[in-house]
Design a protein around this ligand. Structure first.
Ligand code: AMP
Ligand code: ZN
Length: 681
């Protein structure tokens, strides 16, 4: 395997002598940061700790502040994403972005080889590499800098996604080669990153992504790079389309790209035809250990001269072929199709299956997503189906074996009423999901309690799904507050519960009284309020009683002033705080004394910023939240936007023009971060 060793990459710039002219100092620093990013994001082998890295970044930022002409959109300081774009700009690919011919068997592979021999007359060597499962992109560097990135689109014309690509951490902002370089690669998410992203989405009440490919493709098309920057996307290059002419083979180019610090998959192997099958087998065996999903191997004729002779069909290169791995599949029968009601009321159809082994686990249920998906697959009760687990978190039904139907299979229709509570289901026009609108629905209550008990929320040990279900069905609890009144005796009387385990449950519940308010607010599952927002909300309110004491306009004002809370979030908080059922729940929890008051920030009324009302714009060297904290701790008030009463506007890098305009209009003093630091003492 021709993977790179970490010392193959460009040597790090040594500490910079201060007498270098600023632009040289700047370029050396950018190169050093790029090299560290490469080790961190591509080689997974960081050479320095996070703090030292941050220090380098700060050095760069200081230089940019001192010499603003040095700052550019591709600077490593700008990774948080620039302004949102409007409609996507189209990009025409200089060379068509072909797809790959697929093969599934050694027979088809032998056929590919025979065609090559016919055309070439000689025996080529092959590069065998993983087929990365993401979304393809084309990237151009010129004068050593990232210039353009585009999606594949229809192969000839794609969309400009340059700003989105710049947010991806493994992408170097500079490369040491100055000529034009055009590359193709795959944007993807590592499995572990998808897990984190999905967990975060869940706390926000958003659908998790089914697999890394969907997550990557969806993210790429987003119009706001700042949103893209929040997703842990990576790009791995697999092809050089235009570059220096000294390369004679694909594998040589890949090694060259890696030597420039460009992220590549680093898992290609160059072999004779006789070893191709073994190389494919190796990838198949190893792919479970790769950090990303791999759905096949790509076999490419390595020599460029030979690639040229072979050329392209209208759709594919003749010199490459993809060998698709069998996704692990199993055949089984649908016993019934049921619907499941989640904590938000979303109704999901689920196939109940005859249990079957798949990829090491026994599967007895598979998601059918929604009514549209069922119609598409035409799955019926009693059907023989194939299920698959290919990078997907939950097994999916992929195909129905219609040939073996005997007429007894029954088509499925979405129920009109909730199977749990009988409420009429609703389907909003712009939503694929069907929902039960009854907030008191037993299924929703169960889901809410399970969510409340989860690790990131109230962390109640020993309270599992089955027990929650029993508690609700027995009428012992009808909301999360009821948990706190449960006795060990009540629980011990339930089926399958002993005295000892009942005691453990009660202890777990009582211990959760001591969780800070933000964990409680997060556990309530208020739409749009995830872990971060819950923390800010808790800090603003301090206690549940305070929150309950606010009038609607006060909630709007206080919550609206929290940094990052847009109108939709404010609406959700208001709706939750004033809807009868949820308001009742808040009052109940307050009366029970659950959740410790969030220590209000110790604000000094006589601090150096007392009486000042400060707004912040642009990127500062410190985290925004930390800056807000220090402003408030010093007695200042933080304004989310520049108002008439705002006294100071702190302008960092890449300031928003509208805030500066407002400041001018109101005569607000504009100061730098350094001046703020001076004020803070
Ligand atoms: P398909 O979309 O199935 O026609 O496959 C073609 C796509 O596979 C290309 O557009 C690339 O985005 C993607 N691909 C993933 N890994 C590789 C690789 N190692 N070499 C070439 N293409 C790849
Ligand atoms: Zn219901």
């Amino acid at each position: 395997m021709s993977s790179l060793k970490s010392d193959d990459i460009a040597p790090f710039a040594t500490r910079l002598p201060p007498m270098l002219p600023p632009d040289e100092q700047y370029n050396a620093l950018v190169r050093e940061i790029d090299a560290h990013n490469y080790r961190y994001y591509v080689l997974d082998d960081p050479a320095i700790d996070d703090r030292s890295f941050d220090a380098l970044l700060r050095q760069l930022r200081d230089l940019e502040n001192a010499h603003p002409h040095l700052r550019s959109p591709d600077s490593p300081t700008q990774r948080v994403g620039g302004e949102a774009r409007g409609n996507a700009t189209k990009v025409r690919h200089a060379v068509r972005m072909f797809s790959l011919d697929n093969t599934y068997s050694s027979l088809e592979l032998a056929e590919f080889h025979r065609r090559l021999l016919d055309s070439l007359g000689t025996v080529p060597r092959f590069a065998v590499e993983p087929k990365l499962d993401g979304a393809s992109v084309e990237v151009t560097y010129a004068s050593g800098r990232l210039q353009l990135a585009s999606t594949r689109g229809d192969g000839d014309i794609g969309e400009d996604i340059t700003a989105n690509l710049r947010t991806m951490r493994g992408i170097p902002s500079r490369i040491a080669f100055l000529g034009p370089v055009t590359l193709r690669g795959e944007v993807l998410l590592y499995r572990k990153d998808l897990e984190i992203l999905n967990a975060e989405r869940e706390t926000q009440g958003e659908e998790p992504f089914a697999n890394p490919r969907n997550a990557a493709a969806g993210s790429l098309r987003m119009l706001d790079p700042r949103e893209v920057a929040k997703r842990p996307l990576r790009v791995l290059f697999y092809q050089l389309v235009e570059g220096p002419s000294m390369h004679t083979s694909h594998s040589e180019s890949l090694d060259w790209l890696a030597s420039l610090g460009l992220p590549t998959h680093r898992r290609h192997k160059v072999v004779e035809w006789s070893d191709v099958a073994a190389a494919i087998g190796e990838i198949d065996k190893a792919r479970a250990t790769y950090p990303f999903e791999t759905d096949g191997a790509v076999i490419k004729v390595d020599g460029y001269r030979q690639q040229e002779i072979l050329g392209f069909t209208s759709k594919f290169p003749r010199w490459a072929v993809a060998y698709k791995f069998q996704a692990e599949q199993a055949a089984t029968r649908v016993r019934s199709i049921v619907v499941q009601v989640g904590r938000t009321g979303a109704v999901t159809p689920v196939a109940v299956l005859e249990p079957v082994e798949l990829a090491g686990t026994t599967v007895s249920r598979a998601s059918l997503h929604n009514a549209d998906q069922i119609a598409l697959l035409d799955v019926r009760n009693g059907d023989r189906v194939f299920i698959e687990k290919a990078g997907e978190v939950i097994p999916q039904v992929v195909r129905v074996d219609t040939a073996v139907r005997d007429g007894s299979e029954e088509p499925f229709a979405m129920p009109l009423v909730c199977p749990e509570c009988g409420a009429s289901l609703v389907r909003l026009e712009d939503e694929a999901a069907t929902r039960c609108p009854n907030r008191g629905c037993a299924a929703q209550v169960k889901g809410q309690i399970v969510y409340f008990a989860r690790r990131f929320a109230m962390d109640i040990t020993h309270l599992g799904t089955a027990l929650v279900s029993q508690l609700v069905d027995e009428g012992l609890v009808s909301d999360v507050a009821d948990l706190y009144a449960l006795t060990a005796k009540q629980i011990a009387e339930l089926e399958r519960m002993g005295d000892k385990s009942a005691q453990n449950v009660v202890e777990g519940i009582q211990a959760s009284r001591q969780r800070p308010l933000h964990r409680l607010l997060c556990g309530l599952g208020i739409p749009q309020v995830g872990q971060v927002a819950a923390k800010q909300l808790a800090e603003e309110a301090g206690t549940l009683a305070t929150l309950l004491g606010w009038s609607e306009s006060e909630v709007r004002e206080k919550v609206g002033s929290i940094h990052g809370f847009g109108p939709r979030m404010v609406d959700c908080v208001v709706a939750y705080a004033f809807e009868e059922r949820s308001r009742g729940l808040l009052a109940k929890l307050d009366a029970l004394g659950v959740g410790i008051a969030q220590p209000k920030l110790a604000v000094s009324a006589t601090g150096p910023l007392a009486g000042l009302r400060v707004c912040v714009t642009g990127t500062l060297s410190k985290k925004r939240d930390d800056v807000f904290m220090s402003i408030r701790a010093a007695g200042g008030e933080v304004h989310d936007s520049v108002k008439k009463t705002t006294t100071h506007l702190v302008a960092g890098d890449k300031t928003g023009k509208s805030k500066l305009d407002q400041a001018k209009k109101y005569g607000t003093r504009v100061i730098t971060e350094a001046e703020l630091d001076a004020l803070l003492g």
